[in-house]
Design a protein around this ligand. Structure first.
Ligand SMILES: [Zn+2]
Length: 135
């Protein structure tokens, strides 16, 4: 960062705040206090109305697979795995993966549930098939 934030900005940026929540075991999304839009990726201003009143709220963790792309990998590197776009119940889209699910078992529209996976590089949000999807 080479520019100093305006005085009204939070002490840490929205990406860092998102990560801090994950490190504390919380999957949080920003929610606009003015227009009610859910926001992801983390931002300073609401993309819908421009408000700076973005508040962190717990994500439901529920979603559905919007699309998937299978990346071919040699077995010794872990085998094929899928990168997915998940439409969260809040209406935002997130790129992620289903680390414990075979790529061929990941169907478009599959209901999924989020969990936080801690990797060497830090915590990330991943998904598993949802055993009890909402109707
Ligand atoms: Zn807004």
């Amino acid at each position: 960062m080479t520019t100093s934030p305006p005085e009204t900005a939070p002490a840490i940026g929205p990406d860092a705040a998102f990560r801090q929540h994950l490190e504390a075991g919380r999957f949080m999304l920003q929610h606009c206090a003015d227009c009610g839009t859910w926001v992801f990726q983390p931002r300073i201003l609401c993309p819908a109305c421009g408000s700076a009143r973005l508040e962190w709220q717990s994500a439901s963790g529920r979603g559905r697979v919007h699309s998937r792309a299978v990346l071919k990998q040699r077995p010794e590197k872990g085998g094929d795995h899928a990168v997915v776009l998940v439409d969260l119940a809040e209406g935002v889209r997130m790129m992620s993966r289903l680390p414990d699910t075979a790529p061929e078992a990941i169907a478009i529209g599959l209901p999924v549930r989020a969990r936080i996976l801690t990797q060497e590089s830090g915590p990330v949000v991943v998904f598993d098939p949802d055993p009890e999807p909402e109707a």
